[in-house]
Ligand binder design. Structure first.
Ligand SMILES: [Zn+2]
Length: 231
């Protein structure tokens, strides 16, 4: 086998290694991370906090109502006890009873509104809670799949690296040096020649270069410097 073909095969392995390494690092970057889960968890936490606040407001409102109701009972009792006979005092007391009733009605309306909000907030917490559970379960199984894929890719890569070692050991070491240097400079070190054209730089090769390339020996494109390979 000509050295050009050997280098071409080496390059095929190197390109495969490169693409697998890219895939691997992309997979590794997805391990252990889930923005969707974190977002849903923090949404749940703030909804839970809102629910706690509303429940607290609900209890305060109920206590306030209890307080007013007992004041009202006391005032009512006084009003109808017959102990107060002074008309001005009675009028004042009646006025106080009316005020307390108005206040009680207002507080009761307020408490009903809070109760509605509590119910809505409870429903949100339940919905978001099950969304979080679902996302966590999905994430968990994705992570398991991803870890398995990473392992498969790692062993594929080590097989490829082993293949590369075997291939490069068979190639003339000076040719491998030229190849490695070109890979560093140009990414692609070996260019196919098709219809007399170097596929690396798309320039027509002079017939002398073409003839030398045909022999399969190490021949570099006069224009781009890549090793020419005639399939
Ligand atoms: Zn070229």
């Amino acid at each position: 086998m000509g050295v050009a073909k050997q280098l071409y095969q080496l390059q095929e392995v190197d390109l495969e290694v490169e693409s697998n390494e890219r895939a691997l690092s992309q997979m590794v970057s997805q391990l252990g991370k889930s923005e969707a889960v974190v977002r849903a968890q923090s949404k749940l936490a703030s909804e839970q906090q809102r629910l706690d606040e509303l429940r607290h407001q609900q209890h305060s409102a109920e206590w306030e109502i209890d307080d007013i109701v007992s004041k009202l009972a006391a005032a009512d009792e006084q009003l109808y006890s017959g102990r107060i006979r002074n008309p001005k005092e009675l009028t004042n007391l009646q006025h106080e009873v009316d005020m307390l009733k108005a206040k009680r009605d207002q507080l009761e309306n307020n408490a009903l509104e809070i109760m509605d909000q509590v119910e809505l907030a409870e429903a949100s917490v339940v919905a978001t809670g099950s969304e979080v559970e679902k996302l966590e379960a999905e994430w968990h199984s994705q992570q398991q799949q991803l870890s398995a894929d990473v392992e498969v890719l790692k062993s594929k890569l080590s097989a490829l690296q082993h293949k590369r070692q075997l291939l490069s050991a068979e190639i003339d070491s000076q040719a491998v040096e030229v190849y490695d240097e070109l890979r560093k400079q140009k990414g692609q070190a070996v260019a196919k020649v098709e219809q007399g054209i170097c596929r690396g730089c798309r320039i027509s090769l002079p017939s002398s270069e073409l003839q030398q390339a045909r022999s399969g020996d190490l021949m570099q494109c006069g224009s781009c410097g890549r090793v020419l390979f005639l399939p």
